[in-house]
Ligand binder design. Structure first.
Ligand SMILES: [Zn+2]
Length: 383
C-alpha cells in the first residue's frame, strides 16, 4: 500500500516519512489510535516505503519488484502477526501463518480491517482471538534469518492487545532486534498492552480521521450528496469502518433491533406474566443466533444510541441522529430521567463486557432485559 492510498492522516504520514528520511527510524514503533483511523494502512504504507527499491520523495514508487510484492502482501521480508483462533482439528497452539491466506485476502479487501471483521473472516464465531507463545517463538526465529530481498526486514504486529504474558518473550528482541529489522506494532489502546512492551517501543499517536478527509473519501466511493457525506463522517467520528457501516445501511438494521428490544423490555414491565415474557423470549432466541461479533456491534450501537439520548436529555438535541431514530430517541428520552439513562448505559456496557468474555448470550440477554425493564418503570412510557 502506498501512503497516497491512506485516507487523510497527513500529519502522521509526514512524521513517519521524516523518521525514515532523517535516518532516525526507531527499531520498534507503535502506531496507537482508535479503530477505523487507518493505523494498519499506515503501517503497511510505511513497510512498503522502507522496502521500496525506488523511493520517491514522499511515497514508495508502487512499481518496483518490492512494491509489487507488497501490493499482494507477499514480500518475503515482511512478517505479519495478528490474533488467531485454533484451526479445527489442529492440536498445536495456533500461529498467524495458519491463517495467512485469509489474512492476505482480508487485506486485499480493506486496509481498514477491524478485529470484529477479522474474527468473522476466519469463522471465529464465539471464539476469542489470541497471539500465542508459539507465535512469539516463531517471530524470534524468523527474524534471526537473513533478509531475502530488501535491506529492511519488517515485523508487523497487529493488535498486541491480544498478546498475553507470553509477550514478555519478545522483550529482548524488541530491545535489540537483529540489524535492519523494524517492528511496527499497531494498537488501539495501551490499556491491554503489557507495560514491559510499551516501554520498549516508540509510540506514535494517530488521531481519528478528520471529518473533511472522511467525507471526501465517501464522496469518491459512494453515490451520495455532499451533505449526506458530511453527516455520515460527523456520526462516524473519524472512524472509517463506522462510516462504511452507516453508508452501507447496516446501522438502520441495528436501529430497528434496538427499538424492538427496548419495546419488549417495556412490555415485560406491563405484562410481566404472560405475553410480554413470551415475546421477549422469542426475541432473545433470535438474537442469540446472531453470533458474538454481531452482538458486540449491536451493543456498541446501543451504547451510541443511549449516549445520544443523554445528549438530548442534557442539551435538548442530537447532531448524530435523524428520522425515525431521532424521533424514537426524543420520545424515549422525554419519559426518562438522566439517572435512568445512565443506568441503562451501565447495563448495556456490562452486556458488551460479558459478551466479549464468552457469557451465555441467552442468560445474559434475559437477565439484562429484566434489569432494563426495572429501569423503564414508569407506567406511561409510550416509545
Ligand atoms: Zn517501489
Amino acid at each position: 500500500m502506498k501512503f497516497s492510498e491512506v485516507i487523510g492522516q497527513q500529519e502522521a504520514k509526514v512524521g513517519l516519512l521524516n523518521m525514515v528520511r532523517s535516518g532516525k527510524m526507531p527499531h520498534a514503533l507503535m502506531l496507537l489510535g482508535p479503530e477505523g483511523n487507518g493505523n494498519l494502512s499506515l503501517a503497511l504504507a510505511l513497510a512498503q516505503f522502507l522496502q521500496c527499491e525506488n523511493r520517491q520523495e514522499d511515497d514508495s514508487c508502487g512499481g518496483c519488484n518490492s512494491c509489487l510484492k507488497q501490493s499482494k502482501f507477499l514480500h518475503p521480508d515482511l512478517y505479519f502477526t495478528y490474533p488467531v483462533i485454533k484451526p479445527e482439528k489442529q492440536t498445536s497452539p495456533p500461529v498467524s501463518t495458519d491463517f495467512i491466506n485469509e489474512w492476505r485476502s482480508a487485506l486485499l479487501q480493506t486496509g481498514y480491517l477491524t478485529y470484529n471483521d477479522w474474527m468473522q473472516h476466519i469463522g471465529a464465531e464465539n471464539k476469542q482471538g489470541n497471539i500465542t507463545a508459539r507465535e512469539c517463538r516463531q517471530i524470534i526465529h524468523q527474524l534471526s534469518l537473513k533478509t531475502f530481498e530488501s535491506s529492511y526486514k519488517v515485523q508487523l504486529i497487529w493488535l498486541p492487545e491480544y498478546l498475553g504474558a507470553e509477550g514478555n518473550m519478545l522483550l529482548k528482541i524488541l530491545e535489540e532486534p537483529p540489524p535492519n529489522t523494524v517492528f511496527i506494532l499497531i494498537a488501539e489502546s495501551t490499556e491491554s498492552v503489557l507495560t514491559t512492551i510499551l516501554s520498549r517501543v516508540q509510540i506514535v499517536k494517530v488521531p481519528p480521521i478528520q471529518e473533511p478527509d472522511l467525507a471526501a473519501h465517501l464522496l469518491r466511493n459512494f453515490e451520495m450528496d455532499e451533505p449526506v457525506a458530511a453527516r455520515i463522517s460527523r456520526i462516524a467520528d473519524g472512524n472509517m469502518n463506522a462510516a462504511l457501516v452507516i453508508a452501507e445501511g447496516q446501522q438502520s438494521a441495528n436501529d430497528k433491533v434496538l427499538r424492538q428490544w427496548l419495546l419488549q423490555c417495556f412490555a415485560l414491565k406491563q405484562k410481566p406474566n404472560s405475553d410480554g415474557f413470551r415475546e421477549l423470549t422469542l426475541w432473545v432466541d433470535d438474537f442469540a443466533k446472531a453470533g458474538r461479533e454481531n452482538q458486540k456491534i449491536f451493543f456498541r450501537y446501543a451504547l451510541f444510541f443511549i449516549q445520544e439520548c443523554l445528549r438530548i436529555s442534557a442539551l435538548g438535541k442530537s447532531d448524530k441522529l435523524e428520522g425515525e431514530e431521532l424521533s424514537f430517541a426524543q420520545k424515549f428520552t422525554s419519559r426518562l430521567a438522566i439517572e435512568d439513562l445512565e443506568k441503562l448505559q451501565k447495563i448495556i456496557s456490562q452486556m458488551h463486557y460479558y459478551v466479549e468474555r464468552n457469557a451465555n448470550p441467552k442468560i445474559l440477554l434475559m437477565s439484562s432485559s429484566f434489569q432494563i425493564a426495572g429501569v423503564l418503570k414508569q407506567e406511561n412510557v409510550e416509545v
